[in-house]
Design a protein around this ligand. Structure first.
Ligand SMILES: Cc1ncc(C[n+]2csc(CCOP(=O)(O)OP(=O)(O)O)c2C)c(N)n1
Length: 623
């Protein structure tokens, strides 16, 4: 292949997610698409950062399903492609993925899914391995950043060999730990030329043709063990017979640590599986034949454990398989060396006084709105509007920075499910006949991700719901990525941003008002009118993300806005600014019994001025 050499040095300290992106670059990825979500976002961001140098196309798609479909189109046209998301995105993309397994692909296609064991930043900790089996797509589980790099690269080759998409699964510890990595030299490969090979029986997957493709898929999956034997996906460590430990993914690291802590190197054999579906039954039964009993150590569901039990039973082996079913290893939350040592120790009758993770519990640091965040003054306006109603409106939540309306000092949120569910559920509450005003909150990225169908539904079926759409121009919570309303592509090129007022009018909303997020009085007035309106209504509160504004202003070399101040003599110490507005730049001076403003934190938005009942907050202008 006509390749030019990259200038990257060979050893670099980097995050697992960066390593995974480099694995894709090393494999010659041609097209990459994703939707942001912690802990996955750095994979696509790294691909964006090097798109020009390595010549691949990359985009932030409107949602994960669209990203998978973009990658699928490219892979069916013979290119190497990648779709990037957090584990929850697999659910959004499920419809496409489940049938893509039937059609298969021509070029290598990798779906990267970053899981969130422990729910660090997610609403659930669903296990992608179970999802992979559900949609019948092979899944690889790297255990650390270096393996992330190798597995990402290998996944493209495996995908092409099997003609199937491959899910690459990671966890917070794989994605977000940094290692000094040896990437070798990464070549720039020319982008493949797209072509379409006409094959109606394959690409038109419906009815009898779909049934045939299901048969094809099953036979392909049955061949996986043999075909993949050339890939280094299985690792054996130690040769002891007393206990066989089977591990998968990140848990492997905890197993090695636990074996060393317990000093049982001569008693155990470790079998590490790099692919959990399709399950390598023959490898596992061969291993089971060499040891007295087995414990399976894996994070989240007892996925390998259950398949191990089935495999040994089918092979007619009477060997005890320990694990989560006895409660030795928890199903919920992340594992760690202490949890694993305690579980393994129990099987071997070794007393351990391992301190579990609970003992390390750190003080809680609940997330708060940043100083200058437009969402805070919008919610202050919502609080004012709510006073107008004898019954507190039901606030139906959605996911983004704006979810922090659940935190002090607002604490106004009533429900939260998943992206796009706020409007959908609000409609359900309304049609159920709930006798309360109903407000559904939604962000701009959420609107384009999964908010459009529920809004169309609300307008069409005319429910009495008010949407409060908080448009800060970015997908802020996950790192300021652009969305179809922003007006910039992933690589920063200008494009036409969709006008949200035009979009919602086109969806059928008749009562639409647009207000400045920093004008809490106007927000309040518009909301009160919208809530009084008989039918679907929407208030669009506009104000760009304050953090992103500051970053862009700093890049442009602009002068920082002067901070506001509390006039000490005027402050009456009522604490209203703290208890109803709660900007982290406003502090309580316990000695003086007055509020003060931390000038280092204040960004000079002045949103707090209207909050003070005695007008003690003053200032503003350029610093
Ligand atoms: C299916 C799914 N994909 C991705 C995420 C990660 N995620 C959480 S909030 C959010 C975006 C929110 O952006 P926006 O609606 O604009 O609100 P903002 O954070 O800017 O206030 C994303 C991508 C998720 N929770 N669920």
């Amino acid at each position: 292949m006509n390749a030019s050499k990259a200038t990257k040095e060979e050893k670099r300290f980097m995050l697992g997610n960066e390593a995974i992106a480099w694995g894709a670059i090393a494999a010659g990825v041609d097209v990459a698409a994703g939707y942001p979500g912690t802990p996955s976002s750095e994979v696509l961001q790294t691909l964006i950062n090097f798109a020009e140098e390595y010549g691949h196309y990359v985009e932030w798609s409107a949602n994960e399903k669209v990203a998978v479909e973009c990658a699928a189109g490219a892979a069916v046209a013979g290119l190497r492609s990648m779709a990037v998301m957090k584990h929850l995105g697999l659910n959004v993309a499920a419809d496409a993925l489940a049938t893509l397994a039937y059609t298969g692909v021509r070029g290598g296609m990798v779906v990267f899914s970053a899981g969130d064991a422990q729910c660090h930043t997610s609403s659930n900790e669903q296990d992608a391995r179970v999802f992979a089996r559900f949609v019948k797509i092979p899944i690889l589980d790297p255990s650390d950043p270096q393996e992330g790099f190798y597995y990402a690269k290998m996944a493209f080759e495996i995908s092409e060999m099997l003609e199937l998409p491959i899910i690459l699964n990671s966890t917070p510890r794989v994605s977000h730990t940094s290692h000094l990595l040896d990437l070798g030299t990464i070549e720039r490969t020319p982008r493949r030329k797209a072509d379409f090979v006409d094959d109606k029986a394959r690409w038109i997957c419906v009815a009898a043709l779909a049934l045939q493709r299901h048969r094809w898929l099953n036979s392909r999956l049955a061949e996986v063990g043999e075909r993949l034997s050339v890939f280094p996906l299985v690792q054996r460590i130690y040769t002891g017979k007393r206990l066989g430990i089977i591990t998968n993914g990140v848990a492997h690291n905890y197993v090695l640590e636990a074996v060393s802590r317990l000093g049982i190197e001569d008693d155990v054999s470790v079998l590490k599986l790099g692919m959990s579906y399709p399950f390598p039954s023959e490898t596992v039964t061969a291993f089971a034949g060499e040891v007295n009993e087995i414990i399976v150590i894996e994070e989240l569901e007892p996925f390998v454990e259950e398949q191990t039990r089935v495999a040994v039973q089918k092979a007619g082996l009477s060997i005890k398989v320990h694990g989560k079913n006895e409660g030795l290893i928890p199903i919920e939350g992340e594992l760690n060396p202490s949890i694993v040592s305690a579980g393994v120790g129990q099987v071997l009758g070794i007393e351990t006084n391992e301190v579990t993770i609970k003992a390390y519990a750190l003080p809680r640091r609940p997330p708060i709105f940043c100083p200058g965040c437009p969402h805070r003054s919008t919610y202050y306006g919502l609080r004012l509007a709510m006073k107008e109603f004898p019954q507190k409106p039901l606030i139906v939540g959605d996911i983004g920075c704006y979810t922090l309306v659940s935190s002090y000092p607002f604490e106004m949120l009533d429900t939260l499910l998943c992206m796009g569910a706020g409007a959908g559920m609000a409609h359900g509450f309304s049609k159920a006949g709930l006798d309360r005003p109903i407000v559904a909150i939604m962000g701009d990225s959420t609107l384009f991700h999964s908010g459009l169908p529920p809004l169309a539904n609300i307008a069409y079926n005319r429910s009495n719901v008010t949407i409060l759409l908080l448009d800060n121009s970015y997908t802020a919570m996950t790192g300021f990525q652009p969305n179809p309303g922003t007006g910039l592509t992933a690589v920063g090129s200008p494009t036409t941003g969709l006008s949200i007022p035009d979009v919602v009018r086109a969806l059928g909303f008749e009562h639409v008002s647009v207000v400045s997020a920093h004008d809490s009085q106007a927000v309040s007035k518009s909301l009160a009118e919208a809530l009084a309106y008989d039918g679907p209504s929407i208030v669009i509160s506009e104000g760009p993300c304050a953090l992103q504004e500051q970053r862009l202003a700093a890049k442009r070399g602009e002068v920082r806005r002067a901070p506001f101040l509390v006039e000490s003599d005027a402050c009456i110490g009522c604490r209203v600014c703290l208890t109803t507005f709660g900007c982290s730049a406003i502090k309580w001076d316990a000695e003086a019994k007055k509020a003060t403003i931390d000038v280092g934190k204040c960004v000079g938005c002045g949103d707090c001025v209207v909050v003070c009942p005695v007008g003690a907050i003053i200032g503003g202008g350029d610093a």
